[in-house]
Ligand binder design. Structure first.
Ligand code: CAA
Length: 388
């Protein structure tokens, strides 16, 4: 077994780290405060190939592997989790359905502009009455009698990048012209077309520079050519995409945890109390030791999940278990590490003068979106108890 990164992987990690530390860190606090979408840094990230890390060059991406993707996610999220969220939506939630289920024409028309960073994408699964219970959706797509288009009426909530997305992958319960149920299908919808409306913006606890809103479609006419995959295949597509997305969120959690740990470690080496550096106290060393250990365990799980995603690209097998394990463990580690980092900083950890309070606020979302910790436990538990 070889734990070393390849040359490509090392190069992309170094490039992402340099970009994140030089371009994102200096503006992170300001965008967190204002809640504005960081258009310029996101465009620059696109120009560097970070919006389509795994997308082949023919469709505007960097043509790299999932390990490269998690390294990019980790470095960008260590600088600012909100930027990490935007990168993850464009790469995974928007990119993967097109990459794995889209036609050649769909890849050229809808994947390329997002992979190059020209425009943003979004993924609309959640509805006001269905978050964890994702199948329970009310959005409807009715196929026309001639089969040429669908009329979609939908209400989606908590749509990350919704306020800025040009294209959205949207899931809806499909029916034929006579109203017969055909199951859930996936569509690419265009935010500039008639019938597409952006609703209420969500003010959030953390990842404040990542924009979130409701999306409503009223009598939206969607060409049949914009359906991704077969009719009724949408739920499988949504879940397959989350199996990829969750690895990215695990990497985001790892990045935030690493940043919080580094801040706490640095502080423990400079802050004095009772005539000594606090890093010399065993109580602080114990905290740092546990933080470091859990971070390194998360790193292995994230890399293992990315490695097994590469294997499943070759074999066509599902990567659900490793993705959920990595997401569950890394996100809970992230929240716990950020909590310890605030504690080590004492009053300064509660102050907006330092980024630690932002890491703490940003950490929480990793335990909620792309499937809560409770859902990850349900997925893992079901797979483990299934009689095989
Ligand atoms: N891959 C492929 N197929 C899958 C699958 C997967 N990972 N998981 C389930 N399926 C298939 C099943 O095989 C089954 O197929 P058949 O009907 O052919 O047997 C079908 O889907 C239904 O499966 P379940 O019975 O397991 O479905 P369920 O209704 O019990 O739900 C669930 C399962 C895991 C709880 C799922 O609903 C889930 O993941 N919920 C969480 C939703 C979520 O993560 N939302 C996040 C929204 S996006 C977001 O957060 C983005 C953001 O802001 C950045």
């Amino acid at each position: 077994m070889d734990f070393a990164l390849t040359e490509d992987q090392e190069m992309i990690q170094a490039a992402a780290q340099e970009f994140a530390q030089n371009e994102i860190v200096p503006v992170a606090a300001q965008f967190d405060e204002s809640g504005e979408f960081p258009t310029d840094t996101i465009r620059a990230a696109g120009e560097l190939g970070f919006m389509g890390v795994e997308v082949p060059e023919a469709y505007g991406g960097s043509g790299l592997d999932t390990i490269c993707y998690v390294l990019v996610m980790m470095e960008i999220s260590a600088a600012d989790a909100a930027h990490g969220t935007i990168v993850s939506v464009n790469n995974s939630l928007y990119g993967v359905p097109l990459l794995e289920f889209g036609s050649e024409a769909q890849k050229l028309e809808f994947l390329k502009p997002v992979a190059t960073g020209e425009v943003n994408g979004a993924y609309a699964l959640t509805e006001p009455q269905s978050g964890s219970d994702a199948r329970n959706m009310r959005s409807r797509a009715r196929r026309s009698a001639d089969g040429g288009h669908y009329v979609i009426n939908a209400k989606k909530s908590w749509i990350t990048s919704g306020p800025v997305a040009r294209y959205v992958i949207l899931f809806a319960q499909t029916e034929d012209a006579d109203g017969n149920d055909l199951g859930i299908s996936a569509f690419v919808v265009d935010a500039e077309a008639q019938g597409f409306h952006r609703g209420k913006h969500e003010p959030k606890l953390g990842i404040r520079a990542s924009a979130t809103c409701e999306i409503e479609l009223t009598d939206y006419v969607c060409p049949a050519g914009n359906r991704i995959g077969d009719e009724g295949e949408g739920f499988k597509i949504a879940m397959t995409v989350l199996d990829s997305g969750r690895i990215g969120i695990a990497a985001q959690a790892l990045g935030i945890a690493q940043a919080a740990y580094t801040a706490a470690l640095d502080y423990s080496r400079e802050r004095k109390a009772f005539g000594d550096l606090i890093g010399n106290f065993q109580t602080i060393q114990n905290k740092l030791a546990d933080m470091k250990t859990r971070i390194e365990a998360s790193r292995l799980l994230v890399l293992q999940a990315a490695w097994s995603k590469e294997r499943s690209k070759r074999t066509g097998s599902r990567n659900t278990l490793n993705a959920s394990i990595a997401k569950l463990y890394a996100s809970e580690t992230c929240m716990w590490v950020a909590h310890q980092a605030v504690q080590i900083h004492g009053g300064m950890g509660y102050s907006k003068e330092l980024p630690v309070e932002r890491y703490f606020r940003d950490a929480k979302i990793t335990e909620i979106y792309e499937g809560t910790s409770e859902i990850q436990r349900m997925v893992i538990g079901r797979l483990e108890t299934d009689l095989r």
